[in-house]
Write a protein that binds this ligand. Structure first.
Ligand code: AP5
Ligand code: MG
Ligand code: ZN
Length: 215
């Protein structure tokens, strides 16, 4: 099974991908996470991407498609793939078609998380993650069970993303509307788009996605 999770910044792509990884043993392929790792490691890709990401604009199609290709090669054929934050432009959607064919995979569903943009700023500015294992949290919607301690690994160190401020979030949303939303009709024409109410609580959204995958 290979699926795309599509939705604007803060829609819950990463949150749902992590849950599907746990429930179904699929692999999360998040270009945002890959780019942040490259920035942290100071690789050439990271050096090129850093300022672009801090402005909330899109990194070049070529860079992200190469990252996806490398991940698909590294993960082997058995596990299903969850594309989180990729593709984001028409060119990336074409590149993904080619990559999937090359790796002997096909796309089962594009799951669009439908959300109210006004609520997303609150979601994003309240977000933090475990600095050790990457588990995602939120100041209001998903606090660790034990205060300031990661549920998953027990770490007491957390971090926040540099691009999670209100100004940058608005730019990221503009990029989504202008460049990413227009790729939906391509997948609609193939009959593989499924819509989920992304404003429901986290578990309800997961149940809705699971129901689609089980159908
Ligand atoms: P990326 O990392 O992909 O960021 P994004 O698309 O802006 O999406 P987010 O990660 O902010 O949101 P999410 O949908 O994952 O939400 P989450 O689950 O965390 O990209 C970052 C940057 O990298 C881009 O701006 C670009 O520069 C570059 N980039 C990445 N991919 C690229 C590509 N393909 N091409 C070009 N450039 C690329 O949830 C948010 C918060 O809300 C969390 O705190 C969570 O706990 C909470 N939450 C989640 N679901 C719910 C719910 N149902 N109810 C209440 N709270 C919820
Ligand atoms: Mg994310
Ligand atoms: Zn952790």
């Amino acid at each position: 099974m290979n699926i795309i999770l599509l939705g604007p910044p803060g829609a819950g792509k990463g949150t749902q991908a992590q849950r599907l990884v746990e429930h179904r043993g699929m692999r999360q392929l998040s270009t945002g996470d890959m780019l942040r790792a490259a920035v942290k490691a100071g690789t050439p890709v990271g050096l090129e991407a850093k300022a672009v990401m801090e402005r909330g604009e899109l990194v070049s199609d070529e860079i992200v498609s190469k990252l996806i290709d490398a991940e698909l090669t590294a993960m082997g054929a058995d596990a299903g793939a969850i594309f989180d934050g990729y593709p984001r432009t028409e060119a990336q959607a074409h590149a993904l078609d080619a990559l999937l064919a090359q790796h002997g995979r096909s796309l089962d569903y594009v799951i669009e998380l439908e959300v109210n943009e006004d609520a997303l700023v609150e979601r994003i500015t309240g977000r933090f993650t475990c600095a050790n294992c990457g588990e995602g949290y939120h100041d209001v919607f998903k606090q660790p069970a034990v205060e300031a301690t990661c549920d998953k690994c027990g770490s007491r160190e957390f971090k926040r993303r540099l691009d999670d401020n209100e100004d940058t979030v608005r730019t990221r949303m503009g990029e989504y509307r202008a460049k990413t939303a227009p790729i939906l009709p391509v997948y609609e024409a193939r009959g593989i788009v499924r819509r989920v109410d992304g404003m429901a609580d986290i578990g309800t959204v997961t149940d809705a996605i699971e129901a689609i995958l089980a159908a």
